[in-house]
Write a protein that binds this ligand. Sequence first.
Ligand SMILES: [Zn+2]
Ligand SMILES: [Zn+2]
Length: 251
Amino acid sequence: MRLHISTWFAPSGLPCPICGRNAQQTDSGAVAIPIQHGEPRRILSALCFSCRRSIPWIIHPVCRICGRAERCEDCIRRQHRSYSISRCAVRYDNQMRDWLALYKYRGNEGVESVLAAMLAFAYERLCLSTSASFDAITSVPLAPERLLDRGYNQAERLAQRLAEWYGLNYHPMLLRLRHTEKQSLKTRRSRVTDMRGNFAAVSSDLFSGKILLVDDVYTTGSTLDECARILKKASQTNDSTEIYGLLWARS
Ligand SMILES: [Zn+2]
Ligand SMILES: [Zn+2]
């Protein structure tokens, strides 16, 4: 897939799906949308100039494994990894934190489209760096009580939008058995250990070939790695199963 960059202006008169300002009034210039597919491009072109300009795209990943924009101690330190590589669309800065909160806690559909469109960038970059085509796409599940609280799983919704746009097969493949407390409060070692036992595979007959695993934010990679481990374990009959991570943001 060739990366195609061109400039877009917001359509006139419509409010920006993130900040609600009139997109045209704030439009003092064009900002590149580094995505090839027409549908995510159309969605992002509805953002006002200042929202479009503030997206911290990871155009040049420094870590070849997790796609982080900076040197990455986590990947250097990790001895064993169950996923092949992962790519993230953006850096998780304060602005992106606000956008995700806007989506997670208010369930705003316009914001969901914007986040999914941003994830399309990570997908296209992953295709470029692996020259792979993917057999299926799935997502990191939420614990049942979380799902009940929120009403939807954001990673699943983003994965389904991507599947629609790029003609991928979406399957739920994992269950979350429990939810551990906020990761940032723990040491790295306890985060890794605590992930064990959090997930299970739904059924193994789906798992073969190259599988895309979607989540919203990559913090240490522990969740992604544990989910990939479970998926690979569930597909014992097929040694060639490879898991690729696709994340909206990299913290
Ligand atoms: Zn805006
Ligand atoms: Zn890394």
